[in-house]
Design a protein around this ligand. Structure first.
Ligand code: SF4
Length: 209
């Protein structure tokens, strides 16, 4: 019998997916605590540390309780960086519950498990990510910081299949980030890059959780 699984969880809540191609879909979020990066623009700094110990059974019970009044089909593991922790059994259990599983990762860690949707978001300064995601990612999200430029978008466009969209996601609703994102999008278009898109955070626009 495997030892009990305990995960450090920052929060579990129901909302809509505010980012990426799944934008707008009802989703239950499991925010794992801890991150191996320290991005200056991070909007979930509270999840860098702490978190409460949850057993696998407690997480599943909490999700079942949420689904009793909010029967979303998708569960999104996010963070922090969710793949710092051993989430494989949680993912398998969610699949056994007939749920769809999304993982939002900065790409620096990879775990082999039956995930339906990897959102990969490499972060500055190095923008490093595990090569497995070149086949596994459903989308690549780049936060439009002051340092993001066309050369990085070009590099990633060459590394990922053009069927995988590269999303230029604004930093919250900041005007300069919106303007910069649109400028990079235009440059990408002029450079002939396929499947680069402008993207935003619905939950920031509408003040949702
Ligand atoms: S990788 Fe994500 S969670 Fe970690 S510090 Fe950067 S933005 Fe925050």
């Amino acid at each position: 019998m495997p030892p009990p699984l305990i995960l450090k969880v920052s929060e579990i809540f129901a909302s809509i997916q505010g980012e990426g191609l799944r934008q707008g879909e009802p989703t239950i979020f499991v925010r794992l605590a801890g991150c191996n990066l320290r991005c200056s623009f991070c909007d979930t700094k509270y999840a860098w540390r702490g978190g409460r110990d949850f057993s696998l059974e407690e997480i599943i019970e909490k999700i079942r309780a949420i689904r009793a009044h909010f029967p979303a089909r998708w569960v999104c593991l996010t963070g922090g960086e969710p793949l710092l922790q051993r989430v494989e059994r949680l993912v398998r259990k969610l699949k056994a519950e007939d749920l769809m599983v999304q993982v939002e990762t900065n790409g620096t860690r990879y775990r082999s498990m039956p995930v339906d949707w990897y959102s990969v978001s490499p972060k500055p300064e190095r923008y490093s990510y595990r090569s497995e995601y070149r086949k596994k990612a459903k989308e690549v999200k780049l936060i439009v910081t002051r340092k993001l430029g066309l050369s990085l978008v070009m590099k990633l466009r060459n590394e990922f299949s053009s069927t995988i969209p590269i999303l230029l996601q604004t930093e919250s609703t900041r005007k300069w980030s919106i303007e910069r994102g649109l400028k990079i999008l235009e440059e990408a278009l002029q450079a002939g890059l396929d499947n680069v898109r402008f993207s935003s955070q619905l939950h920031r626009i509408y003040g949702l959780k």
